[in-house]
Design a protein around this ligand. Structure first.
Ligand SMILES: [Fe+2]
Length: 232
């Protein structure tokens, strides 16, 4: 796959990713935004990156941004205000709890288990329940068979810097797709989480775009099964 000079990388039909640096506890863990061009022509942006002039121009070339969604109240809500400023017709969506955290924003909808009819042709979604602190949304882009995750999908591999690899080992996400240990420790209902993850695994997907780390181009379903092995 070739990354264009503007940083957008086409991953599949009507699917692009864009990576930006992010330091967490002094460790570089990066962050991945996903852009889907819907059958209707508009763009669906997941976990928006800072809207630099280059990124703005790159998105304009793909279409008009219509919908911007986070993964959770903690992941993927930064910079939403920049997208509203750039595309006045854009609709911003909140994950459970995000509307209380981002009172500076007016949201157009709250994400749950049912995809908005305007993106349901291309994208399905599931609310990942069972954690005390966090309800994350998982999305699947059906045409490219791609699963989009946030903090329940770290995927740090050998290509990452040493400190990142050490951190990943420490929190249990080195070379596996899954949530860090702090998420596991705040799971209050494993049966509920298992039900949510079974819904995810029932989707047809092969590629996984994690919230942090490396995109897995193929074998994604097996990787999620193994990464959540502690849950089965
Ligand atoms: Fe995150």
């Amino acid at each position: 796959m070739v990354t264009a000079p503007d940083g957008l990388r086409q991953r599949g039909p009507n699917l692009w990713t864009y990576e930006e640096p992010l330091r967490f506890l002094g460790v570089e863990i990066g962050r991945i935004m996903t852009v889907v061009r819907l059958s209707s022509g508009g763009l669906f942006v997941h976990s928006p990156a800072e809207l630099t002039p280059q990124l703005h121009a790159a998105l304009e070339r793909l279409g008009a941004v219509r919908f911007v969604v986070p993964a959770s109240k903690l992941h993927g809500h930064l910079y939403m205000e920049q997208y509203r400023a750039a595309w006045p017709d854009v609709e911003l969506f909140a994950a459970p709890g995000l509307d209380g955290r981002r009172t500076d924003l007016t949201f157009d909808g709250l994400l749950g288990d049912t995809p908005d009819p305007r993106w349901a042709t291309d994208i399905d979604q599931v609310a990942i329940m069972g954690n005390r602190l966090l309800t994350e949304l998982a999305f699947v882009h059906r045409p490219s068979r791609t699963l989009l995750l946030g903090d329940i999908g770290y995927h740090i591999g050998p290509g990452s810097p040493l400190r990142t690899r050490l951190y990943a080992r420490l929190v249990g996400v080195y070379r596996r797709i899954g949530p860090p240990i702090d998420y596991r420790l705040t799971v209050t209902n494993e049966a509920t989480l298992r039900r949510s993850m079974h819904e995810v695994l029932a989707w047809e997907f092969d590629r996984v775009v994690p919230g942090h780390g490396d995109v897995l181009e193929t074998g994604g379903k097996r990787a999620v099964l193994e990464g959540f092995g502690w849950l089965w």
